[in-house]
Design a protein around this ligand. Structure first.
Ligand code: IPE
Ligand code: IPE
Ligand code: MG
Length: 228
């Protein structure tokens, strides 16, 4: 078991900048997304070694449907291929797959693939990899509040218990790559007291050493939660 010195149990990443990475190289956006998948692989491997219990990655937002049909279908294709090709690797690295967001509304073949991958990795323990797919925090909050209301009273605890991340440790660190300084409808509730870390690196250029640097900075932050 790896001992973590930074203390971050749950790290989330807004993986942004694939398109700009490709543009800089005069390549199609798809090439940027492919390079992005490679970065995901390396970061997921590193997460376990760095002692992170849970990692949530923003892969496709509920607003990304606004993109051209071809890009959306490229992204779904890459997602399917990633799950298929990395299932063995998840097993080898003891990674449990989780998906958050409105992913059951995706195409039936994608849903079936995900169901299978979740089932096959259910017994893994070292790291939980939560992929946010067709995810929007506002949508998540509406669903959570609706479920809370149906069960009785809308309280902070009841909403929390109905979030997609309910079974995960509290969010410690939220990273966004590519220089944009916004949350783009990601984990709005969970970010209430998360530490935020923004880097200009484009997602395909984000390496395990960059994750380590973010964790080192996190370790030096003073979290007060409104107290002293
Ligand atoms: C992030 O990269 C990947 C997804 C949103 C799926 P972008 O595709 O947003 O890349 P930029 O922001 O255009 O550079
Ligand atoms: C956020 O990036 C979504 C993902 C990384 C999946 P976007 O590129 O969609 O965000 P905006 O449009 O710049 O806010
Ligand atoms: Mg973007």
């Amino acid at each position: 078991m790896t001992v973590s010195h930074h203390g971050a149990r749950h790290v989330a990443i807004i993986m942004d900048g694939n398109g700009r990475w490709a543009k800089k190289r005069l390549l199609p956006r798809l090439a940027g997304h492919k390079a992005g998948v490679e970065a995901v692989r390396n970061i997921v491997r590193a997460a376990g070694d760095l002692g992170i219990e849970a990692m949530t990655l923003y892969a496709f937002s509920s607003e990304n449907w606004k993109r051209p049909e071809e890009e959306v279908s490229d992204l779904m294709g890459l997602m399917k291929r990633f799950i298929l090709s990395d299932l063995d690797e998840f097993a080898a690295n003891d990674v449990k797959l989780k998906v958050i967001g409105n992913w059951r509304a995706l195409a039936p073949d994608v849903v079936a693939l995900i169901d299978n991958a979740i089932e096959r990795t259910a017994g893994n323990k070292r790291t939980t990899l939560a992929v946010a797919l067709n995810y929007g925090a506002q949508d998540e909050l509406v669903r959570a509040a609706t479920a809370a209301a149906a069960a009785g009273e809308i309280t902070v605890e009841a909403i929390e218990a109905n979030l997609d991340t309910a079974d995960m440790p509290p969010l410690d660190l939220l990273i966004r790559t590519s220089g944009e300084v916004r949350l783009s409808n990601f984990l709005l509730w969970q970010s209430a007291y998360a530490e935020l870390y923004f880097t200009d690196k484009l997602w395909p250029d984000f390496k395990p050493a960059d994750l380590k640097a973010a964790l080192d900075q996190f370790a030096r932050r003073d979290r007060r939660y409104g107290g002293l």
